[in-house]
Design a protein around this ligand. Sequence first.
Ligand SMILES: [Zn+2]
Length: 145
Amino acid sequence: MSALRKLASWELVGTPTEGVPTALARACVRVGHDLRHDATVRARLPELRWWAGRETGAPADFLVVGLATAQGALFGTGVNCAVDEAELTVRVAELTQDHLIGYEALPWPPCPDHDHPMAPCADDERACWCCGATGQALFTIGQLA
Ligand SMILES: [Zn+2]
C-alpha cells in the first residue's frame, strides 16, 4: 500500500505555497482561469481549489493533482511533470475534463460551433482547446473570454 502525502492546496487561479513544480502550477492557473470563466461550472462547483500530493516512493516528477471543493477532494489523477509545459497543460485540462464530463455531467468547455465540449490539444508550443469535429484549434487554454 502506498500512502498519498498532500503537498499543497491552492486557489483555482492562484499559486501553490510549496512543493509543486512551477510548470504544473502554471498549467493549473491556465485551466483554472477557463474553469472560473464558465458560469455553469461556477454555479455547480463553487469554491473549487487545486490540490496536489505525492505517493510514497513515486518518482520525483510524478505527482497527483486534482480539484477539491469545501467538502473535500473531488478527484486526483497522476501526472508526469517532466514534460513540456504545453503537454502538461493539455494533461491537466484532460483530467479536469474527465471529471467534469464523466462525474459531474458538465460538458466543459462548450464548443462555440457545435453541441460538444472542446478537446485539449497541443498546437506547436501552445496548449489549445480544439473542436473535435474539425480538429481546429479555437482558443489558447487559459484565455477563454
Ligand atoms: Zn466543435
